[in-house]
Design a protein around this ligand. Structure first.
Ligand code: TYC
Length: 101
């Protein structure tokens, strides 16, 4: 029988921490059509119509709204893709990211 030990060796214990998550934030502007914002939220963040509409209205009323949280790389890639979708149509639509506390 192989000698299997289940006790932890304190000398080699390594502290593993979860990666910090980053928020993707939708920023309001006066030009991007509401329906276009909803379409981008559905396509890039896999939201349903109702949730996408709520997020868009919150950003519209309050100036900005947290869309979702992801690891840093994913948050930045999604924010860039979503911002670029607006830019291709000539809209100033902006998604930013910031680390969670
Ligand atoms: N304020 C825009 C309008 O009235 C709609 C809009 C909502 C744009 C949210 C951006 O993040 C945004 N057409």
């Amino acid at each position: 029988m192989p000698d299997i030990t289940t006790h932890s060796d304190t000398k080699t214990d390594i502290k593993v921490e979860r990666p910090r998550l980053h928020k993707v934030i939708l920023v309001n502007d006066d030009f991007t059509p509401r329906e276009f914002v909803v379409m981008v939220l559905k396509a890039e963040f896999r939201m349903g119509e109702d949730q996408a509409h709520r997020v868009m209205v919150t950003a519209h009323r309050r100036g900005a709204c947290v869309v979702a949280v992801y690891t840093k790389d994913v948050a930045e890639a999604k924010a860039t893709n979503a911002t670029d979708a607006g830019r291709r149509k000539g809209y100033p639509l902006l998604f930013t990211t910031e680390p969670e506390e």
